[in-house]
Design a protein around this ligand. Sequence first.
Ligand SMILES: Nc1ncnc2c1ncn2[C@@H]1O[C@H](COP(=O)(O)OP(=O)(O)OP(=O)(O)O)[C@@H](O)[C@H]1O
Length: 331
Amino acid sequence: MSEPLDLRELERRAVAGRESPGYGHDALITCDRLVRIFTADGVEVQALQGLDLLVREGELLALVGASGSGKSTLMNILAGLDEPTAGAARVAGCDLLAMGAKERLRYRREVVGFVWQQTARNLLPYLTAAQNVALPMQLRGRSAGGRGRRTERVESLLGMLEVAECRDRRPHQMSGGQQQRVAIAVALANEPSVLLADEPTGELDSHTAEQIFAAFRTANEELGTTIVIVTHDQAVASEVRRTVAIRDGRTSTEILRRTKVDTATGQESMVAREYAMLDRAGRLQLPAEYTRALGMRDRVLLELEPDHIEIRPDDESGADSTGGGGGPAKG
Ligand SMILES: Nc1ncnc2c1ncn2[C@@H]1O[C@H](COP(=O)(O)OP(=O)(O)OP(=O)(O)O)[C@@H](O)[C@H]1O
């Protein structure tokens, strides 16, 4: 059994924290207080309001949120199609706020791949599946290898995504599900560090959506590609280990799923836990149903305990307590 922590130990940890490397130093995707303001007809819309997000290499992550919460805005920024108004965003070492036109083009060709909801947006209608997959490699030029290497990669991607039979078909000769699988192959053609997908199953029935999701999982497991999928589909969101919810332009909650093995029977089961997000300034949004249940408003009392922080209602509310309120720590 470990000894209870004393305050000296907590102090030591606080100092170590100050000296630790910067936010997101080991993440593949870092969004740090990202802000995007749109101005239309003189009206400002804050689509992203200081969003923080870290994604590690090899993760398969679902992004969920109500309509208008800022999901597509974030995806467009990560795809290099739009620029944030403020904050910082880095993907695979590329600073998305500092890229020139040439770097941005290279970023979109080589660092990220994307799959959009509209199947028609993903593929060129007059090219076959194989030609569509080969195109990003041709545009990349010599660094993508010679013709033999390209053909080999086209075959291997179409095979991995189980659409080898579509290689010589044009998009209109394929089902919606086949088109999206080919679209995933196109997005993976240049071996991107990150694959972004914005509602990729939005136009498909639930059975086909499941198959497309399985295709993303295959890409994640076999190629190790980091994947971020925006989805409205609860079934898809519950299939991934990490689901991040966006609310009002910020990450609000996160669900992590872990495999638990029953020590007695050896049986595996998935355990899901929901977390609240703590932003970099230490701000925490408490669920309204929790604060309502305890009548918490305006201010609360905080107490630092060795392994948790207590949040209690202001027990002096009603009395004049201008000098009181919750201090961050005792001692
Ligand atoms: N180009 C734009 N000009 C003005 N406002 C915009 C623009 N793009 C997005 N917005 C606004 O920004 C907010 C976030 O939009 P966004 O499309 O990112 O949300 P979303 O979560 O992707 O929604 P949905 O699930 O409906 O696609 C919304 O209020 C939207 O109206």
